[in-house]
Design a protein around this ligand. Structure first.
Ligand SMILES: Nc1ncnc2c1ncn2[C@@H]1O[C@H](COP(=O)(O)OP(=O)(O)OP(=O)(O)O)[C@@H](O)[C@H]1O
Ligand SMILES: [Mg+2]
Length: 339
């Protein structure tokens, strides 16, 4: 392991055993291959994103790294400590936030909760008090006037900040956060992202964060691993990932469709007639279709797609050809429409 890497993951495998119900009494055993041998390293002082759709294996990975789940194969090390063989040492150097709302005392204030968890970690006295105030400032709870509110009165944004505050209490070198901005409104999500970048870039901590939001990964992470169906399908800086589709352009069409037509059937028709995978999102009462295409074929494909939309009686409002985004990288890499 190089001196600069904080997290090392090599050929990590995890299988879950589940039982599928078959009729009233029968159950059939099924193995879910959640991680199929993933490898990556996270450098010290960087924000590293694990980006992938639902069920990709993100939570499984961070649970293994947090010593909460045992892998079935491969290895993972944090600051050189093995997450299986040296779990106690790993726990001393990491701060973890997996689910925002779990594990806090509803009848204690935010400050009291942090003091309680600090004491669990063996901290105490004026040092702990000072540390708690520092963190309450850092995560912005002091500024929100939320420190003396009971936890049960906290908004989701306040809970998310407190969850990160708890992860920071021991001043850990490595922060591991599972979807920290899930459910937050855009301003709260932005503040939290800025905080994580600050913790990494100004305080030199290492932040591993999972997200299914490409926009978030693009603005927050120094490097990103795209994980899909238990495998890492790309790993690089956002710029380099984008460069990998740079020879292509992103065609975006905004349209309204008749109420009785499912977007899915349009997407399938486009794929059938052009051979190109597209993605679609609902937007302002209509939908936006995206396709990553070679510039030389841009005109031909655009007219094919417009013809299909016309046949479906869609009303096309806007046609744009753009630079590819991280999202387009995902569509291109997985060959399927995204999140
Ligand atoms: N305890 C479990 N038992 C059985 N299967 C599980 C269990 N936990 C996760 N899985 C399965 O393992 C795969 C990976 O799940 P995981 O929770 O790691 O995905 P994720 O990337 O975090 O997804 P999400 O974005 O929905 O949180 C999925 O197919 C999921 O159904
Ligand atoms: Mg998850």
């Amino acid at each position: 392991m190089s001196r600069e890497s904080a997290i090392l993951v090599r050929d990590l495998v995890k299988n879950y055993t589940t039982y599928l119900r078959k009729g009233l009494f029968k159950r059939e055993k099924k193995i879910v291959k959640a991680l199929k041998g993933i490898s990556f390293t996270v450098n010290k002082g960087e924000v590293f994103g694990l980006l992938g759709p639902n069920g990709a294996g993100k939570t499984t990975t961070v649970k293994i790294l947090s010593t909460l789940l045992l892998p079935d194969g491969g290895e993972a090390k944090i600051l050189g400590y093995d997450v299986v063989k040296e779990a106690a040492k790993v726990r001393k150097v990491i701060g973890v936030s997996l689910t925002v709302e779990k594990g806090f005392f509803w009848k204690l204030t935010g400050r009291e909760n942090l003091i309680y968890f600090g004491m669990l970690y063996g901290m105490g006295g004026p040092f702990l008090k000072r540390r708690v105030e520092e963190i309450l400032d850092l995560v912005g709870l002091n500024q929100l006037g939320a420190t003396d509110k009971l936890y049960e009165e906290y908004s989701l944004g306040m809970k998310a900040r407190l969850s990160i505050a708890r992860a920071l209490i021991t001043d850990p070198e490595v922060l591991i956060l599972d979807e920290p901005t899930l459910g937050l409104d855009p301003p709260s999500a932005r503040t939290l992202r800025e905080l994580l970048v600050k913790i990494a870039h100004e305080k030199g901590k290492t932040v591993l964060v999972t997200t299914h939001n490409m926009f978030e990964a693009e603005i927050m992470c120094d490097r990103i691993a795209i994980i899909n169906e238990g495998k890492i399908i790309a790993l690089d800086t956002v710029e380099n990932l984008k460069r990998s589709v740079a020879n292509n352009v992103a065609l975006e069409i905004f349209a309204f469709l008749p109420a009785n037509v499912p977007v899915k059937s349009i997407i399938e028709t486009i794929k059938g007639k052009t051979g190109i995978v597209s993605d679609a999102f609902a937007e302002n009462g209509g939908f936006r279709i995206k396709l990553v295409i070679p510039p030389a074929e841009s005109d031909e494909i655009t007219s094919k797609v417009l013809k299909i939309l016309h046949e479906y009686k869609c009303s096309v409002k806007k046609v744009e050809v753009k630079e590819p985004s991280l999202e387009d990288v995902f569509i291109q890499l997985t060959g399927k429409s995204g999140f």
